[in-house]
Design a protein around this ligand. Structure first.
Ligand code: UDP
Length: 238
């Protein structure tokens, strides 16, 4: 597969065209940002970990009937994915109160939620990814009702499978963000990444944070946490 022109450079990834118009190459960087780009840094080894973790999890989800953009891992940092039109929504599933949920609703971080929740943010950096509801998403033309229903169904299926997998690694899946894309036939598939950048992952015994919150909150041990969570995944992935 031939890597052609750079199409897009985001905060954590670069996306390249290939000689196949339906396929793209994603190249993961070690760059890290938080608070809508206000905080910048690098996490050594993150690109490779996020690439390999996201691929392993998407491969697993594919087996459980969740369609994803994953095609083939090309190298430590590069993956071949299906080209989609990204739905401009960040889809967040929560099992335990943390981050903005804990703050908005005045609940202690770590409080288990009585049900798992879903929420949507409008993917728009200039606006700071504001929280929106399903009506807003339709009103803004970001997705149809049928697409939102399908996205919600897939997001909860992802939660069920990821929760069970991480539990087998001794890790609690607190919350995570997903992005979805449309194929030419209009069907919805899981896109973007699933990694410690986009999930909150806590050691099930000690509650130790093994994710990007260590970077966001200047807790130290960031590289070690990424290596630890990757090694748990590698040990438990059949
Ligand atoms: N998240 C993400 N990208 C974002 C915002 C959130 O990947 O732009 C993830 C984050 O890692 C966490 C979950 O979504 O696992 C919920 O994040 P929250 O809304 O609590 O926001 P935060 O506290 O990170 O600002």
């Amino acid at each position: 597969m031939e890597k052609r022109e750079l199409l897009y450079e985001g905060k954590a990834k670069k996306v390249y065209a290939t000689d196949d118009p339906e396929l793209l190459i994603v190249d993961y960087k070690d760059d890290a940002t938080a608070f809508n780009g206000l905080k910048k840094g690098t996490i050594a080894g993150k690109g490779s970990i996020n690439n390999r973790m996201s691929n392993a999890l998407m491969r697993m989800l594919g087996k459980y009937g969740v369609p994803t953009h994953f095609v083939r891992e090309l190298s430590d940092r590069e993956t071949l994915v299906r080209r989609v039109q990204i739905v401009a929504l960040e889809v967040i599933i929560r099992n335990i109160a943390a981050g903005s949920f804990a703050k908005h609703y005045g609940v202690c971080e770590g409080t288990p939620l009585k049900i798992s929740t879903i929420e949507f943010s409008y993917k728009n950096d200039a606006l700071g990814d504001p929280l929106i509801n399903e009506y807003h998403a339709q009103a803004l033309g970001l997705a149809t009702k049928a697409e939102i229903d399908r996205i919600s169904e897939l997001a909860f299926r992802v939660n069920k499978e990821l929760q069970a997998f991480w539990l087998s690694c001794g890790v609690t899946l607190v919350d995570f963000k997903l992005e979805f894309g449309r194929l030419n036939d209009g069907s919805i598939i899981l896109a973007d990444e699933i990694s410690p950048d986009t999930c909150r992952l806590w050691d099930a015994q000690t509650g130790e944070k093994l994710d990007k919150d260590r970077f966001r909150r200047d807790m130290g041990g960031v590289e070690e946490a990424y290596r630890e969570i990757m090694s748990r995944l590698e040990t438990h992935m059949a």
